[in-house]
Write a protein that binds this ligand. Structure first.
Ligand code: HEM
Length: 496
């Protein structure tokens, strides 16, 4: 009897095992991408270093692969670090991945997502983006604003010439940040903010950006929100929101007051006119206008300034490239006193230098984080809804499978190459890709082209006494945009 039982068991056990494993593989949920082990409750939050997060995440990708996960408090996140996975996220699954995580400071400062950057992906976003793309970021509008760029770049060249005539060192960080913010203020608000005004403007926007990049514990561990209160973050946020709101309201009041009308139409005029026309399929409220203004001012000022500083830094570190780009500009320019936007189209090597700089020193190394709206599969992994998605463009731009000598500054790689920044080549995505791609690309290039062409045309550049090109550092400041930490101080020598 016993031996019959053993025999039956021996015969049925393998069949049972087979069913068991088949059941597991059929019904077990697919895995979540691997990632570093975290602590209870806080997960990996305490292991991450916000000052060089993109580099830390790049190093983790070498251990865990091009798609790995993080536990940020109670929130799950994935990090994408290869062109192939970036394409899956931003093209094949763009629709499921184009929400933004709802973070406290970003929501507050964008009037609860009435802007483009932090709005949920919905009908409102589609409408506001369509309005802005048609009326604010169109190539027609960008070229209408060229006279502002020209007059401010001429002013900058004059200021640097006066430094050059007395052999005074020029702090290019300071000059280029001030130029970019003056250009965007004139374009968007129709006025410059001089002296005390400039200081107030910079203070407000610096604080606004700092708050948008600050980690609020309540975003990741909601029941510990009291920690943010103890750190005084709520009070800081409330104060900055009120100051910014007052600033925008004054701008709107100035524009609606007919005694203040100026001849040049600025972007606030355009938005107020659209509101008045009532021809839109949605209500454009004052809050929407304020939120869009925040996007334009925050989106444009730092990115343009930072990119110009990194181009000049890269050229001073690579004298061969500096010589070649200056020869191109000077040989094709004749004897013009100033290069206008139409002239700049003739400089393919300058375009290659700007692209190569955006490859190695892109202003937003982790782009702008996204969030999944529903469950989907990538590379055999299941990504649940509400997962935060970081695309590490900094790592992708250094992927050795996509780029030869990836760490080297070689603008030649972009000559006779079809790779460009418009979101079709996933190995080069400084402006993002898919539905959420930066709508300000055209405006950014219009400014970068004219600033850099004239800086390189008008002056020869040298380092202060005793400094060699290899001494120029590429350290960055912590924050949303990758600013050069130590100012680039150089000597300009007039060309003509
Ligand atoms: C070198 C210059 C610039 C760079 C590298 C840059 C980069 C980016 C990136 C990476 C994104 C996120 C894309 C994504 O989520 O896939 C973005 C979004 C955005 N950028 Fe730019 N940007 C630049 C200049 C500008 C300028 C000049 C403006 C405005 C005048 C601007 C306005 C915006 C806006 C409004 C968004 C939000 C789009 C949305 O979520 O619908 N940017 N930018």
């Amino acid at each position: 009897m016993f031996s019959t039982l053993v025999l039956i068991l021996c015969l049925t056990f393998p069949v049972f095992l087979l069913f068991f494993f088949q059941y597991r593989t059929t019904f077990k949920s697919p895995p979540f991408p691997p990632g570093p082990r975290g602590l209870p409750i806080v997960g990996n939050l305490l292991q991450l270093d916000s000052s060089s997060l993109h580099i830390q995440l790049w190093q983790l990708s070498k251990k865990y692969g091009p798609l790995f996960s993080l536990q940020l408090g109670l929130r799950q996140a994935i990090v994408v670090s290869s062109p192939k996975v970036a394409q899956e996220v931003m093209k094949d699954h763009d629709l499921e991945c184009c929400e933004r995580p709802k973070l406290l400071a970003q929501q507050k400062l964008s009037y609860n997502g009435l802007d483009m950057l932090f709005s949920p992906y919905n009908r409102y976003w589609r409408e506001i983006r369509k309005i802005c793309v048609m009326h604010i970021f169109s190539s027609k509008r960008v070229s209408c604003l060229s006279s502002i760029r020209h007059s401010e770049v001429k002013q900058m060249i004059q200021n640097i010439s006066s430094h050059a005539s007395t052999s005074e060192v020029t702090n290019l960080n300071q000059v280029l940040v001030s130029l970019s913010s003056t250009v965007i203020c004139r374009i968007a608000l129709g006025r410059r903010y001089e002296e005390e005004g400039t200081e107030m403007f910079h203070r407000l926007f610096k604080e606004c950006e700092a708050l948008m990049g600050t980690l609020f514990v309540s975003d990741y561990i909601p029941f510990m929100g009291w920690v943010d209160k103890l750190r005084g973050l709520h009070a800081r946020l409330e104060r900055n929101f009120k100051d910014m709101d007052k600033f925008y309201q004054e701008v709107i009041d100035e524009h609606t007051d007919s005694d203040n009308k100026t001849a040049e139409e600025d972007l606030v005029d355009v938005l107020l006119q659209l509101k008045k026309d009532n021809s839109l399929s949605m209500d454009l409220t004052n809050d929407s206008i304020k939120a869009v203004l925040m996007n334009i001012l925050v989106g444009a000022t730092d990115t343009t300034a930072v990119t110009s500083v990194w181009v000049m830094t890269s050229l001073l570190k690579h004298p061969r490239v500096m010589k070649k780009v200056q020869e191109e500009i000077r040989s094709l320019s004749g004897k013009k006193p100033f290069l206008e936007e139409d002239d700049v189209q003739k400089f393919p090597y300058l375009q290659a230098v700007i692209k190569e700089t955006l490859r190695l020193h892109l202003p937003a190394p982790l782009l702008v984080p996204r969030e999944s709206s529903k469950k989907y599969m990538i590379d055999g992994y299941e990504i649940p809804a509400k997962t935060i998605i970081y695309v590490n463009a900094w790592a992708i731009h250094r992927d050795p499978e996509a780029w030869e000598d990836a760490e080297e500054f070689k603008p030649e790689r972009f000559l006779n190459s079809t790779i460009d920044h418009r979101g079709q080549d996933f190995c080069f995505i400084p402006f993002g890709a898919g539905r959420k791609i930066c709508p300000g690309m055209h405006m950014a290039f219009a400014a970068l082209d004219v600033i850099l062409a004239n800086l390189l045309y008008s002056f020869d550049w040298a380092l202060p006494d005793g400094m060699k090109s290899e001494d120029i550092d590429t350290e960055v400041l912590p924050g949303l945009t990758m600013h050069k930490k130590n100012p680039l101080c150089v000597l300009a020598k007039c060309q003509m």
